[in-house]
Ligand binder design. Structure first.
Ligand SMILES: [Zn+2]
Length: 369
């Protein structure tokens, strides 16, 4: 936030009039929101309702980050998407719809996986980071990057009917790894297996937006040094005081290390629409020329299902459908085979074909299983 704040236009004043009327926000709070930047990591179940509220409430610059495409099983809780969105990159559809909802703000979509190599760039320059993730390992990365850059991070998570949240103010409150150390994603329950109630997501999304607005308007967040536990089943809210872990390796050191975190270039996600889903990420960052890719696909007689600014979806064979993001990440959906290893191998072969043989990138960028 600079020293000279940009005032509201007449249209903005009318747009936000019902929240400007609140003592808790007021005209000056609205001006502060307009002049602030927030980042929502993940455009899925938790990210979507969170970014909808931040957009409509007038946070002036919203950075959104995701590397996934939209599936039919997203629609019951990810209200920015509809049947026409299926197969398209989430950030692409989300940014277009958010801009239509509130043309007064700037939306900055980033279609990349969150990794060691880009996390500090992603959270740099924003006033607050909000959680829309389902991976603890990725959250640890965010926790560390936010500590290093001094950016407040609102942690939130939902599974089944249970949700929790905490506001992490770097060097003041306990960090995420004081609260929940040592979680490994592979041993955590997955929404696709145990389910998630959209109403529980709605509640915790509202809580984290409320915390973000407090931070951006210069008020004290309610969940700094506390964890909120919420269960939709008995409508219970519990706030628990938490303290820093003495000697926490992450927030006790001058600079939190990113190097010991795992980096995954090949991942298998939960199956969607009965198809195995793989995510492949180049070993170095690239910027794919999507026009050229579409030309090549069409030249080879392949069906291009979607061509956007941030990604292209195409059908390679009866067996494989793929989306390639501009950042070089490919999401491949494979029909089930009798041989469980086959889909993974064929996925990597497809990645190599497109990236190395067709687009001319060096073979070193291709991930392995
Ligand atoms: Zn800590």
């Amino acid at each position: 936030m600079g020293n000279v704040l940009e005032e509201l236009t007449d249209i903005e004043f009318e747009y936000y009039s019902r929240q400007i009327a609140l003592d808790e926000i007021g005209y000056s709070g609205q001006v502060q929101l307009k002049n602030s930047k927030a980042c929502v990591l993940g455009c899925g179940g938790l990210g979507v309702p969170t970014m909808l509220k931040l957009t409509a409430m007038g946070v002036g610059h919203l950075r959104i980050v995701d590397r996934d495409i939209i599936s039919i099983s997203d629609l019951h809780r990810q209200y920015l998407y509809d049947f026409e969105s299926i197969g398209k990159p989430k950030v692409e559809v989300a940014s277009e719809k958010l801009r239509r909802l509130n043309p007064n703000i700037e939306v900055e979509p980033i279609a990349e996986p969150i990794m060691k190599r880009n996390i500090e760039e992603i959270v740099d320059g924003v006033n607050v980071v909000l959680d829309g993730l389902d991976s603890m390992e990725t959250r640890y990365l965010i926790n560390r990057a936010c500590l290093n850059l001094g950016v407040p991070y609102i942690f939130a998570g939902v599974i089944r009917t249970i949700a929790n949240a905490s506001t992490i103010i770097p060097r003041k409150t306990p960090c995420l790894e004081c609260l929940f150390p040592g979680f490994v994603d592979s041993s955590m329950p997955k929404c696709s297996l145990v389910g998630v109630h959209p109403a529980a997501i709605g509640v915790i999304s509202s809580v984290q937006v409320s915390e973000a607005v407090r931070i951006l308007t210069g008020r004290t967040p309610k969940l700094a040094g506390k964890i909120l536990l919420f269960d939709l089943e008995d409508l219970s809210f519990e706030k628990i005081d938490v303290t820093k872990q003495e000697g926490c390796a992450v927030c006790s050191s001058q600079r939190a290390q990113l190097t010991d975190m795992p980096e995954r270039y090949f991942e298998e996600e939960c199956a969607r629409d009965g198809r195995r889903t793989f995510v492949l990420t180049p070993r170095v960052r690239v910027d794919v020329d999507l026009d050229r890719l579409v030309e090549m696909l069409e030249g080879k007689g392949m069906k291009v299902r979607f061509k956007g600014k941030l990604g292209v979806s195409f059908i390679y064979s009866d067996f494989l459908a793929a989306s390639l993001l501009k950042s070089g990440t490919m999401i491949v959906q494979a029909a089930p085979t009798r041989d469980p290893g086959a889909s993974g191998d064929e996925t990597i072969a497809l990645y190599k074909l497109v990236m190395v043989d067709w687009l001319g990138y060096p073979p070193e960028i291709v991930p392995s299983m």
